[in-house]
Design a protein around this ligand. Sequence first.
Ligand code: AMP
Length: 219
Amino acid sequence: PVAGRRRLAGGVLPPILHPMTAALSSEPNFSICVYCGSRPGENQAFADVAAQVGLWIGRHGGQLVYGGGRAGLMGVVADATLAAGGRVVGIIPRVLVEREHAHRGCHELHVVETMHERKRLMAERADAFLALPGGIGTFEEFFETWTWRQLGYHDKPVGLLNQDGYYDAMLAFLRHSVACGFMGEVQMGLIEVNADWRALLGSLVHAAGFPAPDLLSQI
Ligand code: AMP
């Protein structure tokens, strides 16, 4: 597949293009949407892993699609992707431009009118989704992407990084839901949960139909 080009959005405002965009001639090797906290979290491990994820995306010639802010883990993952030479697409609702400190260093910064538009565009521009630690915004995005997969609105891989056991309690509740008969193993099988960010990223990119990560850097 061509990275991030499946089902391109139509009818949206032109993005703000960073001058650096003109210098990037090659297509990204893959495009991954990262959902994560607009706060950094108390545990330094969360910011560290967000930086590792961004560096990995950049070093493998990938594209980060995210919420377009500089705040919290969102800013960390974007800055790390940029520092490693990756492409960054930020998508942010107009009302959040100030609050989430819209990132002017993105190769494309889309300022959209609604949260729905943001999520739709993020989903369209990505080949796979990864949720890192975060708060209710992150939960909402992760669960919506998962439910869209269940409903067949997309067939892209969805991953959850259980860094330092951050999602243990949520995963226990999800298993409780299965035990209570409100969900099946089928739904659980639609997400990939891993505490190892490197293994998870490689698996998601591979599942999205791109070459194995160790081969990507040789392309
Ligand atoms: P949080 O995890 O709460 O720090 O939020 C992470 C990101 O999710 C931020 O960019 C929020 O703007 C975004 N967000 C918050 N609520 C929603 C929502 N209902 N749908 C999509 N994104 C949201």
